[in-house]
Design a protein around this ligand. Structure first.
Ligand code: FAD
Length: 542
């Protein structure tokens, strides 16, 4: 990415075809799609990339087995097609995984329904992943002893995939920029600019770092602000009813040694939701809750009740673990931007997306899933094309169906990882750190390694027991648009969720490296550390 000041200058002087507001996965995918069609696109995010819902998901790229139960067959079909596409286009980021499903006497689906559901799931995946297998109680326990409980009947093994949600978002942003889009974080859109006939012709924006106000002109504006979507719609059409129903989903991470699941597990919990337990480096991720949320989207965090619900659900599924709040490393919560449907409870509300155009031309894309982000971006731009054609701008087809993500290795992943491992060893990195870099950055890991070659101390680990190295902080600040310590420790690396003390041990080194790269003085460094510690405090409601 070019320096931020140059990008802001480009925002002020370029007549854009489209401005996309919101740098979560939906906005990033929309800007990538627009740029892939040769359009002049800008992407504006008021905080960090993926700082909203898109770093707070369950990190699954999945069909969504439970959506079959609510009859959302089309959504499952599309999600499975996108899952298969993403494993090919971003193999370093979207990792196929076998999931264990457990069936119980008196809760969740019966073994027969499970069998039917998984057969349909395989059918909808068009044979592009391993078929499910039914497991007897004994076979299930042989795979995961922690599932032992008196009500356990049997289980199954089925295929899905996992990802790093914040990085998937970031790679969309980086690719949009590589295709010519001007993508700038810490720019808040404050209002819509209209011409004398009431048509939208751009946005009024504020640089959150300098406080400066400026305008960005564009033929079309896409509102991809997720849970904030009704705010921008409200500025365009103050009389329009809200379109969204927000549902808060919380997760906790617990030390892996306290819940050492060997592979992802999906289990019905007593409140009817699926509890996912997912190995995530040094921790196990447990989630999620699904509760109506009526507050401000600016202010969302897991609360004590979320923590109690999740511990109770986890202890019902893994009774021998006896998890307690002292086992929790971190909590996080996000808002599902669901489309409001009357008469439905929040769990049955559709996860489909929608794209609307207002009379003044504001295109709003909302709802959906991480998994279907590429299709959402494509659909949003197909609709924005209607506005662009009114201005005489020709719009070609999206190129994202077959375009690999920036980190996608040119060779098969195992070959790339083994060659990269050899190169990393020469520079003193062990096999665990090398594999970690290869999977996190794909072929961009070579750029991280180049930093270690220049300055050997950057090969040091940041936190005991975790494979993250100091060079990643430098790389994130120089090449991945990180601007704060939370950007570095929560979204570019995951020490916030994984390290004991949520990155406290890494903090002095990370802050010093960030200060060097981002030209913070001592006061700036101190303020950045304090801001990070306050985010940590907010994530500990227990
Ligand atoms: P967001 O990621 O929230 O992005 C909106 C962005 O807009 C924010 O970054 C915000 O800062 C920015 N913004 C707002 N107002 C302005 C403004 N005025 N100017 C500039 N920027 C602005 N999906 C899956 O496929 N798999 C899963 O495992 C999964 N798990 C989930 C678990 C939970 C608990 C939740 C809540 C959701 C989950 N989802 C999952 C769904 C998925 O995470 C969301 O659908 C997706 O992240 C929404 O992305 P978004 O870009 O629409 O919204």
């Amino acid at each position: 990415m070019t320096p931020r000041a140059e990008r802001i200058a480009a925002l002020e002087t370029t007549p854009f075809d489209v401005v996309v507001v919101g740098g979560g996965i939906t906005g990033a995918a929309t800007a990538r799609d627009a740029a892939s069609r040769g359009l002049r696109a800008a992407l504006l995010e008021r905080d960090d990339w993926a700082s909203g819902t898109s770093s707070r998901s369950s990190k699954l790229i999945h069909g969504g087995l439970r959506y079959l139960a609510s009859g959302q067959v089309h959504l499952v079909f599309e999600s499975l097609a996108e899952r298969n596409r993403l494993t090919a286009l971003a193999p370093h980021l979207v990792e196929p995984a076998e999931f264990l499903f457990s069936a119980y006497r008196g809760r969740g689906v019966s073994p027969l329904l499970l069998k039917l559901g998984l057969t349909l799931y395989d059918f909808l995946a068009l044979g592009r992943s391993a078929r499910h297998r039914t497991l007897s109680r004994e076979a299930l326990l042989a795979r995961e002893r922690l599932l032992d409980s008196p009500d356990l009947l049997s289980g199954a093994l089925y295929a899905d995939a996992r990802t790093d949600d914040a990085r998937l978002t970031l790679e969309n942003v980086l690719d949009a920029a590589a295709l010519g889009a001007v993508a700038v974080s810490r720019i808040e859109v404050r209002g819509l600019r209209k011409d004398s006939s009431g048509r939208i012709r751009g946005v009024a924006a504020r640089d959150e770092e300098s406080g400066r106000l400026f305008n960005v002109s564009a033929l079309a504006v896409v509102n991809a602000t997720g849970p904030w979507g009704d705010r921008l719609r409200g500025q365009d059409q103050p009389e329009a009813p809200p379109q969204l129903r927000l549902s808060r989903g919380a997760h906790i991470t617990v030390t892996a040694s306290r819940l050492p699941v060997k592979q992802p597990v999906a289990s019905p919990s007593s409140d009817g939701r699926l509890l996912f337990a997912i190995p995530f480096g040094s921790v196990t991720l447990l989630g999620t809750t699904d509760r109506d949320f009526a507050g401000s989207p600016d202010d969302v965090a897991a609360d004590r009740e979320d923590v109690e619900l999740l511990l109770k659900a986890a202890n019902a599924v893994f009774p021998s673990a006896s998890l307690a709040s002292s086992d929790i490393v971190a909590t996080f919560a996000g808002l599902r931007p669901l489309l409001a449907e009357t008469g439905k409870n929040v769990q049955d509300t559709s996860r489909e997306d929608s794209v609307t155009i207002s009379p003044s031309g504001l295109v709003t894309v909302s709802g959906g899933k991480l998994t279907t982000h590429r299709r959402m971006g494509e659909r949003a731009m197909d609709r924005a094309a209607v506005v662009l054609r009114r201005h005489g701008r020709e719009v070609t087809r999206s190129a994202t169906r077959t375009r690999p993500f920036p980190g996608a290795p040119e060779k098969p992943l195992p070959v790339f990882l083994s060659e990269f491992g050899r190169a990393a060893k020469v520079l003193g990195l062990d096999a665990e750190a090398a594999r970690h870099l290869g999977l996190r950055y794909g072929r961009r890991a070579e750029e991280v390694l180049a930093l270690v070659a220049e300055e050997r101390a950057l090969g040091d680990r940041l936190s005991p027991g975790l494979p993250d190295i100091a060079a990643e902080i430098v790389f994130a600040a120089r090449s991945e648009d990180a601007r704060s310590i939370a950007d570095l420790l929560a979204r570019r690396t995951h020490l916030f969720w994984q390290a004991s003390g949520q990155g406290a041990e890494a903090l002095p080194r990370a802050a010093a490296l960030a200060a060097r790269e981002l030209h913070w003085d001592k006061a700036g460094e101190k303020a950045a550390v304090e801001a990070y510690l306050s985010e940590v405090a907010k994530s500990r409601p227990f």
